[in-house]
Design a protein around this ligand. Structure first.
Ligand code: PHE
Length: 357
């Protein structure tokens, strides 16, 4: 009896986990367990023997059962300890620094422009950056060999030798979206089309890729007066300056007639540009009344419909509004520059929020 006791108490103490412990229990107290078999032998003993052996076996069974329960509790405690040690976390440690992104000024200004024109009833239209020269030029009343094609410093896409279809181009302006939008929707229509454009040009104020936003409003009786009002509303909201002055200078674009370039009032004080004051002027966009040939090319009847279009440089507007001196830095992907000039991701421009304040 004492031997059995020693054997099982040792096995219980040595069980490394609950499975091993269960195996010991079955070996001792299971149906065919060693102690269970011994208890079955009680029947074959004399009453005297049984009087001694019965209580002793029962006591042994109880002792082993409670040793198993105690060992089980200890194993569970150890497992919990182990987990607590493994999952330990010092919540008072400072957070790990992560690279922080920000919204690029061009994206921010595009959002601002979109919010302002949305309020004026314009929706956003889109077109591809790789265009056919029909959309980029012909449909805009710039036929082949027209001098304006040279002025644009166009990037032409490669064509396989022997393929003499007219080349695709990287669009040189957002004006082809006028055609696409009118083809799709007809008239009346009011859209803006912000996006990337490309010209082979590079210096402090020119990069080969830059951003424009096109505006187009066609209806039965839209005039230059509407154009002027819309642009003045836009500049007042964009720069946050009421009654900002604009100057319309007669100009020429093949796709508008008459055409005007538009300047906004500004001054230079100690080398700093100030918008909306003084007697200087800063050119910000090209515009005019959409040429009848352009309406026709887009399937809109020029005897029924007329309207204005404009195109302005988004990067230029961002430089003016946020005092960014060199255009090329916009596209250098310099994180320090972005941290300085970028915007918080949740800083979403809205008109009631003052667009940018
Ligand atoms: N597409 C012209 C440019 O890129 C701008 C413009 C757009 C002028 C619409 C008039 C009307 O210079």
């Amino acid at each position: 009896m004492e031997e059995l006791r020693q054997k099982y108490l040792e096995a219980i103490a040595g069980a490394a986990d609950e499975a091993a412990l269960e195996a010991v229990r079955v070996q001792a107290l299971g149906k065919k367990g060693e102690i269970s078999l011994k208890m079955r032998e009680l029947g074959r003993m004399s009453p005297e023997e049984r009087k001694v052996a019965g209580p002793a076996l029962n006591a042994l069974k109880n002792e082993i059962n409670s040793a198993i329960a105690a060992r089980k509790a200890a194993l569970e405690d150890a497992a919990l300890e182990e987990r607590l040690r493994g999952e330990w976390l010092d919540v008072t440690l400072p957070g790990r620094p992560r690279p922080r992104g920000s919204v690029h000024p061009v994206s921010q200004v595009t959002e601002e422009i979109t919010a302002i024109f949305a309020d004026l009833g314009f929706k956003v239209a889109e077109g591809p950056q790789i265009e056919t020269d029909w959309y980029n030029f012909d449909a805009l009343n710039i036929p082949p060999h027209h001098p304006a094609r040279q002025e644009f410093d166009t990037f032409y896409m490669h064509r396989a030798p022997g393929d003499d279809r007219p080349p695709h181009v990287l669009r040189t302006h957002t004006s082809p979206v006028q055609i696409r939008a009118m083809e799709k929707e007809g008239a009346p229509i009011r859209v803006i089309a912000p996006g990337r454009v490309y010209r082979s040009d590079y210096d402090q104020t020119h990069t080969p890729m830059f951003h424009q936003v096109e505006g187009l409003a066609i209806d039965r009786d839209i005039s230059m007066a509407n154009l002027k009002w819309v642009l003045e509303e836009f500049f007042a909201a964009f720069f946050g300056i009421d009654g900002i002055k604009t100057r319309f200078r007669a100009s020429h674009f093949p796709f508008t007639e008459p055409s005007a370039e538009v300047d906004i009032q500004c001054s230079w004080v100690n080398g700093q540009l100030r918008i909306g004051e003084g007697d200087g002027w800063m050119e910000v966009l090209g515009s005019g009344m959409v040429h009848p040939k352009v309406l026709e090319a887009a399937g809109v009847d020029p005897s029924q419909w007329q309207g204005f279009a404009f195109g302005m440089g988004i990067d230029r507007l961002a430089m003016l509004k946020y005092g960014i001196p060199d255009l090329r830095a916009f596209f250098d992907s310099d994180l320090r520059w972005l941290r300085h000039y970028g915007f918080a991701a949740l800083d979403v421009p809205t008109l009631h929020g003052g667009v940018s304040d």
